[in-house]
Every structure is written in structure tokens, then in C-alpha cells.
Design a protein around this ligand. Structure first.
Ligand code: HEM
Length: 244
């Protein structure tokens, strides 16, 4: 029996069916580990340094030995000051957690918990601050009242927005709210610079500066950042961790 070349072709193994193109697994956006984010560690370091420098001169010192504004006949001043310091500390620590993208993306539950602590801490620190500010020196006093009232109002507005599930407005108001606790660092480190370099300045001007410029400047920077990132799609929390 002879085989034609055509027959040989028929005996050839059939061409394999082209495989339907497999769906490629969605490439997960590479999330940078926290130590590669250049600002999160410095932010924690600055916060802890600032807190230490605020708390150390006060901790364990009896009220009469503290350098406080005169507050005769107002015995609630000291308990209110300690309340302000305690809840203010909570707000600056939770502020760092709120700004930490890794926590927000990988542990949204912790982001939410720290957000709630921030809101409660703000309400208590701001209300106690609004009382003790009446005994503060006159220069900068109006700035202090404006800052604390804005902080309280915008944080409550952020809470109301999230209760109404208006997350866009909630995010915006929370960012505005962060301008206030973050102002402390600029005000305090300016004070340290003035002290270190022996800059001659009337202290009244410094107080006015400290109670107005840092938080208003922060607000302007935050607004510029909101405009700048308006069209950028918001990074979503990872599916796995958001189920936790
Ligand atoms: C986080 C946001 C905070 C804001 C917006 C804020 C703002 C203010 C304002 C406006 C006053 C009254 C004005 C004055 O007396 O100069 C004040 C007083 C004071 N705050 Fe805060 N504060 C915050 C957090 C803290 C923290 C975390 C501490 C310390 C741990 C602290 C310690 C004090 C002290 C010791 C006073 C009385 C100072 C004095 O009158 O000599 N504050 N704060």
C-alpha cells in the first residue's frame, strides 16, 4: 500500500484549538511598605517629639508650680487643662494614623476606629480649649478662639457628613480638620528656632503668628492639594482586608 503525501497530511496530529485567552489576574497596585514612604516615619517622630516637649514640663508638677496664665477663682482650670492635654494628645496620635495610606488601604477597620477616636478627642479637646483660652494672653487669643471653634465645627460637620453617607464631603472636612492639630508643630518649631537663633521679636507678634499663620497656611495647602488631586481616582482598600 502506498501513501500519498496528502494522506500523510491527514495523519498529522490535528492543530490544537487556540486556547481562549486567559484572563490575566489584575495586577495589584504595588503598595510601598511604610518605611519606603519618606514622610510617615518623620511625621511620627515629629509628633512624639512635640508631645514629649509639651507633656514633660507639666507631668507630675503640682498646679501651683506650673507656669500657667493667672486663673484665680476658676478652680476648673487645671482639670480642664489636663483634659485638653489628654484628648489633644489622642488627636495628634490618631491624626498620624489617619494620614497613613498603608493603614487606610490595608486595615480600613483600624482607619475607621482611629477616625472615631480622633473625632471624640477633637470634640473634648476643643471644648476644654475653648474654656481655658479665656485666660490666655490677649495677643493671639482671638486666633486661638477662631482656630478651636473652626476645629470643633468642621470635625462635627465631617461626622454629620459620614452619618449621611456623603463620603466625599466627609473626606474633605476631615482634611480641613487636620489643619488644626497639625498647626502645633509649625508654631512650636518656629518658637524653638526663634529661641535657638536668638531672633529679636516682640512676643506679642509671635503669639499672633502662632495662633493664626500655621493653621490658615495648612488650610491653604490642603485646599491646593484637594484641587491638585481632584481628578485622581481614589486608591481602594484591598478586597481581603476590607472584608475583615
Ligand atoms: C491638638 C490640637 C490642639 C490645639 C488646637 C490646641 C490649642 C490650644 C489653645 C488655643 C490654647 C489656649 C491658648 C493658650 O493658652 O495659649 C491651648 C492651651 C494649652 N494647650 Fe493646647 N492645643 C492642642 C493640643 C494640645 C496638646 C496635645 C497639649 C499637650 C499635651 C496641649 C497643651 C496645652 C497647654 C499646656 C495649654 C495652656 C498653655 C498656656 O496657657 O500656657 N495642647 N491649646
Amino acid at each position: 500500500m502506498t501513501l500519498n503525501i496528502e494522506d500523510v497530511d491527514e495523519l498529522k496530529a490535528p492543530e490544537p484549538e487556540p486556547e481562549p485567552e486567559r484572563q490575566r489576574p489584575q495586577a495589584k497596585a504595588p503598595s510601598k511598605p511604610f518605611w519606603r514612604r519618606p514622610w510617615i516615619l518623620p511625621l511620627f517622630a515629629i509628633t512624639v517629639t512635640w508631645l514629649y516637649m509639651q507633656i514633660e514640663p507639666v507631668a507630675g508638677v503640682p498646679e501651683e508650680q506650673l507656669l500657667l496664665p493667672p486663673h484665680e477663682n476658676f478652680s476648673a482650670y487645671y482639670p480642664l487643662l489636663i483634659t485638653h492635654m489628654t484628648f489633644g494628645t489622642l488627636t495628634v496620635l490618631t491624626l498620624c494614623l489617619q494620614l497613613w495610606p498603608w493603614l487606610r488601604l490595608n486595615h480600613p477597620k483600624w482607619h475607621r476606629v482611629s477616625g472615631r477616636i480622633y473625632i471624640v478627642g477633637t470634640v473634648i479637646a476643643a471644648i476644654s480649649g475653648l474654656i481655658i483660652v479665656w485666660w490666655a494672653p490677649v495677643p493671639g487669643k482671638l486666633g486661638g478662639v477662631a482656630m478651636l471653634a473652626f476645629w470643633l465645627g468642621i470635625t462635627i460637620a465631617a461626622y454629620v457628613a459620614v452619618r449621611r453617607r456623603n463620603y466625599v464631603l466627609h473626606r474633605r472636612f476631615m482634611l480641613y480638620s487636620f489643619a488644626v492639630p497639625a498647626n502645633n508643630f509649625l508654631a512650636f518649631f518656629t518658637y524653638l528656632a526663634i529661641d535657638k537663633f536668638q531672633i529679636q521679636i516682640d512676643f506679642a507678634y509671635f503669639l499672633e503668628y502662632a495662633r493664626w499663620v500655621p493653621w490658615v497656611l495648612n488650610l491653604m495647602l490642603i485646599q491646593a492639594w484637594i484641587y491638585h488631586t481632584e481628578r485622581r481616582p481614589a486608591p481602594r482598600p484591598s478586597v481581603v482586608s476590607s472584608r475583615r
